[in-house]
Design a protein around this ligand. Sequence first.
Ligand SMILES: [Zn+2]
Length: 317
Amino acid sequence: MTRFAIGVDLGGTNLRVAAVNEHGGLFDHLSLETLVERGREDVVDRMTNGILELVNRWKDRYQLAGIGIGIPGILRLKDGVLVASPNLPGWENFNVRAQIAKRLNSPFFLENDANAAALGEKWIGSGKDVKHLCFLTMGTGIGGGLIFDGKIWHGVSGMAAELGHVTLYPGGRLCACGNRGCLEAYAAASAVVSAAREMLQEGRASEGLQKLAASGSKLTSARIYELAKEGDPSAQEIFQMVGRALGMAIANFINIFDLDTFVLGGGAVEAWDAFEKSMFEEVALRSYVWRNDPREILKSSLGSQAGIFGAAYLALG
Ligand SMILES: [Zn+2]
């Protein structure tokens, strides 16, 4: 009998629940809205109802291997408490595991969403042929996941691989975590917008960027990327900043871990061609290991589904 698992990706906006078989086939899914404003208990209710709906739909035809749930934020794995989560306001110090366990009568795995996405890439994505992998997800913030010997590296508390918060520039731009100069403050989608605002305030923005800001449309990293593609010098400078920050961080990770492959995922990776040149230059400049033995730095092949596959694999692997 074919085995299957339920994979859940709980995001700040979207709540996705999927049934995935042991061969990596996603054969059923529910796309829900998180509706975080309704309160955390309501979100957990709808998530567990979605899980039970898919379990009941398929459990007679296939064998249920288990349930895996990826959630955003800093998750203390030993007790299942979500310590902090910028994407889920009001969930600080919430015991997510206890709340889910109350509603599900079967065991489940809980995981940080970036760790789950890293595992998904390792299972059937850009990292499927390697043993060791570093994953960075570039969205509003930057999440990280480390896979050593095919397994997620959790550290002592379960909070390891907060790779977006390594310090690159002491005294640099303020990060959402409270530190200054983090990778996230220079390479996340929000950093692209912050850098554009700084240029505008300092009176050194290009004509194109000034026009975009004056047009009344919201300043987003996607719009700034469109400008960069059109050759706008300020927009291109911003993505060079992104590339340098990523390259610096990746060079550090190569020097420390000497892993096979580095995978970049998340929405902001769409701007790859605008930042890759400065990223690779920086990696080559700062990593002696890389210069002597270059390894792969790749785009995610699973895109926004990496987290769902990884969550399912927590139960299937
Ligand atoms: Zn930070």
